[in-house]
Write a protein that binds this ligand. Sequence first.
Ligand SMILES: [Zn+2]
Length: 415
Amino acid sequence: MVLDVHKADDSLVDPSLLPAVPVGLPKVLDLVVSGEATSRAELARRTGLARSTVGQQVEHLVGHGILREIESSESVRGRPPRVLTLSPRAGTIAVADIDTLASQVAIADLGGRVLAQETVVIPIEAGPQAVLEAVTEELLNLLERCGRDPDRVREVVVGLPAPVDPQRGCAVRPTGMPGWDGFPVAEWLRSRFHAPAVVDNDANLMAVGEAAQDQVDTPLLCIKIGAGIGVGIITADGEVHRGADGAAGDVGHIRAVGGGGDVLCTCGNIGCVGALASHRAVLSSLGIPESTEEDPLFGAHTLAERVANNDPPAVRALRQAATEIGEVVAMLVYMFNPRTLILGGPLSELRDDMLSGVRAVVYQRALPLATRKLTITTTQLGENSSIHGGVALALRDVFSERGIARMLVDDAGAP
Ligand SMILES: [Zn+2]
């Protein structure tokens, strides 16, 4: 289970002190949150529980501010029917997708709806303390803007552009991220929000977000082409494959097929595909600075503009990068035999050259059996994939047996 892998609630509540969750209560909650049942009668029918039992559980959940029961406006003769929904007081999920130059932060409700989202411009090189302070400040602003209680944040999820140790909740030997190696990100956030905190690799979150969309088949690989290149891997049964140490999918340091000349990578090796074909590498090959005093995202804006104007060197650089990435992707197709392969990150969204370039190499290199039913496409959610992935991961924890028990403890005595 995801919860056990992440140890999201370490040091918050002694699990042995959590109350037993009444039998059937998680199902009642799930049916209401998913919108599948909105009345006590429907709940009784769907769960097979006695109406009196359903009644007790509804009272319990309403009493703890998790559900609310309101009178429907659709009044049929006599007493208006009462409708069950998730209460706004049930709480929120806070998510931050931290990237090299800027971070996306968002607040979502427990129904998975994003309530507010903002960009925080701060370079990851500023170090964990400064970045986490900035991200936390913006999350608290968003909570205030939405009128949500900061004490009712149920889980915080953070994505980092680095290999992540999910047990310790920290980046492990990241490149270009001074101060982040081993910094206890999850612990820092737990103490700030008094809520469970989870840290994951950004490409993993992106993959979870994309895999949760309608009509997306697994196994799924999501390749994030940003400052580096990383892959999020979703197994056939919908779980993230993180590997033994959380380093699975860190493919940017695979040596490029052509050898990559003598380009030095941030990892200290020569010819890594990430040093040749990432967004950062393409900017550097075109002599475009990544950021300037006036525009922290100068590089991304300038490249997008040049590609839109069909600037030949920019289009050529994009196509070259697509070929390099295609070679790595073809290898991944051999290894994982995915059903869906998604390209994400700023470089893949500029225009179809990246997609068509990768497709061309994969179909040429990989065996027909592995590509027969393979879909290669770009993200459905664009730059919001990781945010949605973070929300999805958090909700699994929040609505797990332990998560529900924790909600019932937190709100004991609540009005
Ligand atoms: Zn490298």
